[in-house]
Design a protein. Structure first.
Lengths: 586, 323
């Protein structure tokens, strides 16, 4: 039953009074004003009574257990996955990447804030036509100026946004009319559309126009944003939780859930235990013993989905002390290939991950649309490996089981993060496999910070590492490109610098989107043949969720992409599902 | 008395200054920095990281950074936290009350339990019950804090779901509870972390208190009371315990560092948003300003605890008051 509640506007967001302040003129007849007040109060109290006003299916709370906290909620400042997750739930992009993750075909993108888009005749501009129904959560309409400020904040040197390199190919964004934003590019490439639609997040110009860009991280908006997506921000208690509720008047339709709470636990074991104990409803990655416990838990469902990570044994191709010189062992491509042939990747995957990982095709995970399974792999062949080592002059002359050449033993160390049990296990298996071919691998377990410092200083022989690449294929330049190898601060720590690889990647990026995959395939083949790293495994992810939740497919790079379409059937709701849309008191 | 307070306060200030300096130096000398590359993903371009270092003065010599830090602290500015992404003062303001609640509860509980256990043991001195109680307490004292925390969580939070496994309150329902309901909710969430810290420290208090009780029990006035026919229970509670509490009060001040140290792991495991959780994350991310500030606050709390213990001891013993 609806109870009358004396309300003082602003009225909380509803379909009719979305964030506007209601003002009643003094000249308005008192009786009419009272009637209007009663009507509004009744509507508001109905909404606040703890039941959603949307269709019968809508409702419920999902508590997501997470082992880290968002850094910011303002897209130009975000550096971590949790920040990106929260931002994606609060802010819509212009268009969403296709389900097959092939980001170079704009025709397959799904419209979001942009209803449609038109390419310029020279392909150096794209005009995005905004959906006129789109509104910010404070009620203001989404306009082309919001797209422009979204780009400006990312590109402005004062802000020093970590996202700035991602929009480096955009020259400017202009406003053609209130609902049309035009992106102008410096040059044509196959990822133009991705750069505009995925990397630039429209932001409310009416709230951010006058913000101090020198100190954007201190702006209130960075921790308490006003978005435009199907969830709106309610509160963020640092170290505890971040709460979002459904935007009932959203232009894309109300979220099927009432509320999403990111519940923060800094320890991964605790984060998983919350799910197992029923205090949380979802945890994105269950591993090892927790996975076994979750299998036995009748209240949980397990969902396997492909991730975008891939792990590899990377060789330092240069001398540790003198970068101008080749590494004594790994400077030789033939030797790297011999080592690759001595490694049984299938056995490693089976031993460490069982069915929860795959052997990669190359330096692009199979969940990204650009991955190519036709790439010719270096075979596992220990006889061929031994022959190759013999022919290269590495022989066991003193009978100690380790090969030597010119008095130098075939011995090297591999750095492994002490925080990763899986990689430690992989290192032990590698050690055993290489030993059979007369190679002495020494495992060096290091604290993460020490490991990063040694990688940055290029002070290592080999490293058991992993990448979490962006969905755009050109991001491979950061990890394996020649420019990154030559830069002292680049992320290509092993120093792989292949003109052929770089040329194919450049060709792929500059090609028309339809031609790009063929060039990427050639680049990946050059990479696999050169073996600057042995691609070891791509973990598959297993999420745990309460059985009462109806999930939609989890996207490899962003499991949360369909969160607004998750639902909880009315007959399976528990106490926290029935709270409704009431905003929690601060 | 005031001379004693002034002298102890001066000592405390010196200790805090030394701790701050040593912490500042050590955390800067450790490998890595707040803007180092991520291990498994080239998320932030090197040139952006370089500009961040420049903005926050991390490209300056260490001595210059230290002088700037001291100048800022003198102005009341504890700096910007790179791990919390907000001012250090804000992060501390939300964390300190939580840590005080947890360690304060554990201190009170361990004191009460420790004294009770000691009374139990002293009244049964030399019996199997005395030795058994001592052994059980010693086991809790010996186990690592993180292991005990995990066991408490798995046993009382998961296998027997009596208490919530983590957090400070229910993330959803707390806001919709009545006043009494909120108190119960908070106490339920406090149960496991405070129980863990309590079990870890009770043994120390019990052992000290037991020894003190046995010492006092041999005093002449106790023998006299017994000769006059005073009941054993009255002798124990009214005569022996009152005179044996002095060393335990002193111990309370010394236990504060142990509790704060234990809170680092216990808070992290139970997702208790206090100084321990802040410190763990800050050290991992090389958050220089926050690590140093946490060390300063921790040192100050320990110094204050010692000061309070000294004052209480002096108040209880007139000979010390006039010293």
């Amino acid at each position: 039953m609806c109870t009358l509640r004396v309300i003082d506007v602003p009225v909380a967001p509803t379909a009719f009074f979305h964030g506007h302040t209601l003002q009643i003129s003094r000249s308005m007849p008192k009786r009419f004003a009272a009637a209007v007040l009663v009507l509004i109060a009744s509507l508001a109290s109905c909404r606040d009574s703890g039941r959603s006003t949307a269709g019968g299916d809508a409702g419920g709370t999902v508590i997501v257990s997470t082992a880290a906290e968002p850094d910011f909620l303002l897209p130009p400042l975000i550096t971590n996955v949790q920040g990106r997750m929260a931002s994606d739930l609060i802010f819509d992009k212009l268009a969403e990447v296709p389900p097959d993750m092939n980001v170079t075909r704009d025709a397959a993108y799904r419209p979001r804030l942009a209803q449609k888009w038109t390419w310029g005749p020279d392909s150096l501009s794209i005009a995005f036509q905004l959906d006129p129904r789109a509104r910010w959560h404070d009620g203001a309409p989404v306009r082309a100026e919001d797209v422009k400020i979204g780009f400006d904040l990312m590109a402005d040197k004062k802000v020093n946004s970590p996202q700035a390199p991602n929009v480096g190919e955009i020259d400017s964004v202009t406003v053609r009319d209130s609902l049309t934003a035009v992106f102008w590019f410096k040059r044509r490439n196959s990822e133009q559309f991705f750069t505009a639609a995925y990397n630039v997040i429209p932001l409310p110009a009416h709230l951010l126009r006058d913000v101090n860009r020198d100190n954007l991280q201190s702006a209130a908006f960075a921790r308490s944003p006003v978005g435009n997506s199907r969830f709106r921000f309610v509160r963020w208690l640092p170290g505890q939780l971040l709460e979002l509720v459904a935007d009932t008047a959203n232009y894309r339709g109300r979220a099927k859930l009432d509320r999403v709470v990111l519940s923060i636990a800094p320890d991964p074991t605790t984060a998983a235990t919350r799910l197992l104990a029923g205090e949380a409803d979802f945890y994105e990655v269950l591993r090892g013993e927790q996975l076994e416990q979750a299998k036995q838990n009748p209240a949980l469902q397990l969902v396997m989905y492909g991730g975008v990570d891939y792990a590899f044994l990377q060789f330092n191709l240069h001398d540790r002390k003198n970068r101008a010189r080749a590494h004594t062992i790994f400077g030789d491509k033939g030797l790297r290939r011999a080592l690759a042939m001595a490694i049984d990747r299938q056995a490693i995957v089976k031993n460490v991950y069982d069915t929860l990982a795959d052997v990669p095709y190359g330096p692009a995970p199979r969940s990204l649309g650009i991955a190519d399974k036709s790439i010719r792999q270096t075979p596992y062949d220990t006889i061929a490996a031994r022959h190759a080592l013999d022919s290269l002059g590495w022989r066991d002359t003193n009978g100690d089981g380790i090969r030597e050449k010119n008095g130098v033993p075939l011995r090297f160390s591999v750095m492994v993060p002490s925080s990763s049990r899986a990689r430690q296990n992989v290192a032990i298996l590698l050690q055993e496999q290489l030993k059979r071919s007369g190679v002495d691998l020494q495992v060096d377990q290091l604290d993460v910070n020490t490991m990063i410092a040694r990688l940055s200083n290029r002070d290592f022989d080999a490293v058991l590492s992993a990448w979490h690449p962006d969905p755009n294929p050109s991001s491979i330049r950061q990890s394996w490109g020649g420019e990154s190898a030559r830069s002292p601060n680049g992320s290509n720590y092993g120093g792989y610098d292949s003109p052929a690889f770089d040329a194919y990647v450049d060709s792929a990026v500059m090609a028309r989107s339809g031609d790009a995959p063929a060039y990427f395939r050639k680049a990946y083949q050059v990479f696999v043949d050169d073996e600057p790293a042995v691609m070891l495994y791509e973990p598959r992810l297993v999420a745990g969720a309460s059985k009462r939740i109806k999930l939609v497919e989890l996207r490899p790079d962003a499991w949360w992409a369909g969160l607004a379409d998750w639902s909880i059937p009315a007959d399976q709701r528990i106490e926290r599902d029935r709270v409704g849309l009431r905003a929690a008191s601060q | 008395m005031w001379r004693l307070v002034a002298a102890r306060a001066a000592q405390a200030a010196a200790i805090v200054a030394i701790v701050a300096t040593v912490t500042f130096a050590l955390i800067h000398l450790a490998p890595g920095d707040p803007f180092a590359a991520a291990l498994d993903g080239p998320t932030v371009a090197p040139e952006i990281r370089a500009r961040w270092r420049e903005k926050y003065g991390l490209d300056r010599p260490l001595a210059e950074q230290y002088v700037r830090y001291l100048a800022n602290v003198a102005r009341g500015d504890l700096g910007w936290s790179f791990s919390q992404h907000r001012p250090v003062a804000d992060a501390l303001a939300t964390a300190i009350p939580n840590t005080l609640l947890l360690t304060g509860t554990a201190l009170v509980l361990s004191f009460a339990l420790g004294v009770l256990a000691a009374l139990f043991q002293a009244s049964r001195h030399g019996t199997l019950a005395d030795r058994g109680t001592g052994a059980v307490l010693l086991v809790f004292y010996s186990v690592p804090d993180f292991w005990l925390a995990l066991m408490a969580m798995l046993l009382l939070g998961y296998a027997l779901p009596i208490f919530p496994v983590s957090g400070i309150v229910d993330p959803v329902m707390h806001e919709y509870m009545s006043g009494w309901g909120r108190i119960v909710d908070r106490v339920r969430h406090l149960a496991l972390p405070s129980l863990t810290l309590t079990l870890l420290t009770t043994a120390v208090i019990a052992r000290h208190q037991r020894a003190a009780l046995l010492d006092v029990a041999r005093e002449d006035f106790v023998r006299s009371a017994r000769a006059k026919g005073v009941a054993e229970r009255t002798i124990l509670w009214r005569h022996t315990l009152r005179n044996a509490l002095g060393p335990t009060i002193t111990l309370l001040g010394l236990l504060l560092p142990a509790l704060l140290g234990g809170a680092v792991f216990v808070e992290s495991i139970f997702a208790w948003p206090g100084m321990g959780t802040l410190a763990t994350k800050a050290v991992g991310m090389r958050d220089y300003a926050l690590v140093t500030a946490v060390a300063i606050v921790g040192a100050a709390m320990v110094a204050l605890g010692s000061l309070v213990a000294d004052i209480l001891t002096a108040a209880a013993d007139p000979r010390l008051r006039d010293a």
